[in-house]
Design a protein around this ligand. Structure first.
Ligand code: CA
Length: 226
């Protein structure tokens, strides 16, 4: 099994390489995005592990996007310090198959790699549905009543959270914690503003259909028929 590891932290790179080689993997390591990119288009890799934050003007997701567009089908695992849903959605959109949040244990890395390599290349992740609404996390597509809806990254992450928790009351705090990353500055009305954007596209654009994003006064919001 050929493994490409793109990681600029030398300690992590050499420890992972050594560990994987003991398990019988052939591991190439490179430390910057440009070399990563030129290595990663090689179709012989069975799995590609990309650190998200790399020196230079490209990051791990840029490499993922580029190599997918070049037809690379090997599973891609991203190593990241950031693990919010919004980042995961961004990663899925870039063709990433899985995430491992730093710091990670070596045994967890191996378990994730093995799970990915058992899967067919570029898995069809399940399309999420509620009523006449559908959301495809892999293709980054949203439709209502068969009609495509264009959402921003943040609106997409918000709807993803709603649809995975349909008919449950979601408080503003729950929404902030799941949709915004830890470094984000979220003002008290930020959630309301984004709910407003989403309602305009999901509900008000479909006046003949029931509104699905509902306010539960004093508690929060709920994706439901009424
Ligand atoms: Ca790094």
């Amino acid at each position: 099994m050929r493994v490409l590891l793109v990681e600029d932290e030398e300690k992590i790179a050499s420890a992972v390489k050594r560990g994987l080689e003991l398990k019988g993997y052939a591991v190439d390591t490179v430390a910057d995005a440009d070399s990563g990119l030129s290595y990663a288009i090689d179709p012989d890799y069975d799995i590609i592990i990309l650190d998200r934050m790399l020196p230079g003007n490209k990051d791990g997701l840029d490499i993922a996007r580029k190599v997918r567009s070049e037809g690379q089908k090997a599973p891609i695992l991203i190593l990241t310090a950031r693990g919010s849903i919004a980042d995961k959605v961004e990663g899925l959109n870039a063709g990433v198959d899985d995430y491992l949040v730093k710091p990670f244990s070596f045994s967890e890395l191996v378990a994730r790699m093995q799970a990915l390599m058992r899967r067919p290349p570029i898995p069809n992740s399940a399309v999420l549905k509620y009523e006449d609404l559908s959301l495809d996390p892999a293709k980054y597509e949203v439709k209502r009543a068969g009609k495509s809806i264009k959402l921003s990254n943040k609106e997409f992450a918000l709807l993803d959270y709603f649809i995975r928790h349909a008919e449950q009351i979601l408080t503003k705090d729950m929404i902030i914690n799941h949709v915004w990353n830890e470094d984000a500055i979220v003002m008290p009305n930020t959630v309301e503003v984004y709910i407003g954007y989403l309602r305009a596209k999901i509900d008000r654009a479909f006046p003949n259909r029931p509104a699905l994003i509902n306010t539960v006064r004093g508690f929060g919001y709920k994706l439901s028929r009424s």
